[in-house]
Design a protein around this ligand. Structure first.
Ligand code: KG4
Ligand code: ZN
Length: 350
């Protein structure tokens, strides 16, 4: 954390963070990097469709954004006039969803006459580790970040709050998609990742074996696994239509075990190649108990120093947007009012 937490006049810095990149509308307030409110409105509407419907997501953001920001300010115990700046998710994400957050942030910054700060969603997932929250320890630089979410799977070397280098990434599906698509094949509702995690707790991870893909270097591939699961289940349910129902815990545990070992194999290789043993996880899938346990084991057995975020900072949230915005604020990096959201935004371009 940069030493200077307050601004030039020794006044506290209040950053409002706004996140609307996918299906969660979120707002949070940080005071000098310390969390003072963090609100999320989830959109349950997508469950019945088996995935996020972009059109419905933007409409729900439109409905939720004013009450969510209002509640976040109330809970923080401050007025909008106390805010120092507004940080919002610039990308990557669903364009229609991002547009709601960026338009709202622009209007508010214009009305209040305070700076606007565009934030990279995936950097924010990583920087969530720097939110001043008594229950989390801060990672020192450099460290490796395994960013695992519904849209991304990357291993990133982080040299400081602004210097991110992608060492490897998925060539097809993201790990969150691997969880959600496997869950869908088993008839579970969206998002299925947390459900696989829940059923896996009661299952045997070695009950079924799924082959791991062969991918060079530090890149990942998950689309083959989804197809392997689909074919396996088609074959099994032909003989026994109740196969999935009867084996849900074992299937979930075996799928989770395979996904976690794909992630851990590459992470071990990255540690070996860089010599960096500080490892953080970030993104929605870092809520998964299998990956959390595997990292804790690596800490004990391989001497890694592992940083696991609190649950509320794993899935999409605005506290991570506010902390990333706070570092940009200290650095004087502001956006102008012509800024537009970007559905695709590589990590080295924001
Ligand atoms: O970071 P996130 O909230 O949104 C994106 O930016 O994508 O990640 C959402 C993803 C979904 O695929 C969801 O199924 C997955 O995170 N997820 C989990 C768990 N909790 C959330 N996957 C496995 N186990 C969990 N406990
Ligand atoms: Zn995310």
């Amino acid at each position: 954390m940069p030493e200077k937490a307050t601004d030039k006049n020794n006044k506290s810095i209040y950053i409002l963070g706004i996140e609307s990149s996918c299906d969660d509308t979120a707002a949070a307030v940080l005071k000098d990097g310390k969390i003072i409110s963090n609100k999320v409105a989830n959109q349950s509407i997508h469950e019945q469709y088996g995935g996020v419907v972009p059109e419905l997501a933007s409409r729900a953001h439109q409905q939720n954004i004013v009450p969510v920001v209002d509640t976040a300010l109330k809970e923080a115990g401050i007025s909008k006039n106390d805010l120092s700046a507004i940080a919002f998710t610039e990308g990557p994400g669903l364009l229609g969803s991002l547009l709601v957050g960026v338009s709202f942030a622009k209007s508010m910054s214009l009305a209040l006459g305070i700076p606007l700060i565009g934030v990279h969603h995936m950097k924010a997932h990583i920087l969530a580790h720097f939110i001043r929250d008594n229950e989390m320890k801060l990672p020192g630089f450099p460290f490796l970040a395994l960013t695992i979410s519904g849209g991304h799977t990357q291993i990133v070397q982080v040299n400081n709050h602004f210097d991110f280098k992608v060492l490897g990434e998925t060539l097809d599906d993201a790990v969150g998609e691997a969880f959600d698509k496997s869950a869908k094949i088993m008839g579970l509702p969206y998002p299925g990742g947390p459900l696989i995690d829940k059923y896996a707790a009661k299952g045997n991870p070695f009950a079924f074996k799924f082959t791991k893909p062969r991918v060079d270097g530090l890149n990942f591939s998950f689309s083959g696994l989804k197809t392997a699961i689909l074919y396996f289940l088609q074959k099994q349910t032909k003989d026994n239509p109740d196969f999935i129902k009867q084996n849900l815990p074992d299937l979930s545990a075996s799928i989770q075990y395979t996904i976690v070992s794909i992630l851990m194999d590459k992470l071990k290789l990255a540690v070996e190649q860089t010599g960096i043993k500080k490892v953080v996880i970030a993104g929605g899938v870092s809520a998964n108990s299998g990956i959390r346990k595997a990292l804790q084991d690596a800490q004990k057995q391989l001497g890694w120093e592992v940083f696991i975020p609190k649950f509320e900072y794993t899935t999409d949230n605005a506290a991570m947007i506010a902390i990333a915005g706070y570092f940009k604020y200290l650095n004087g990096e502001f956006a102008d009012l012509s800024i537009s959201p970007k559905a695709r935004l590589p990590l080295n371009q924001d």
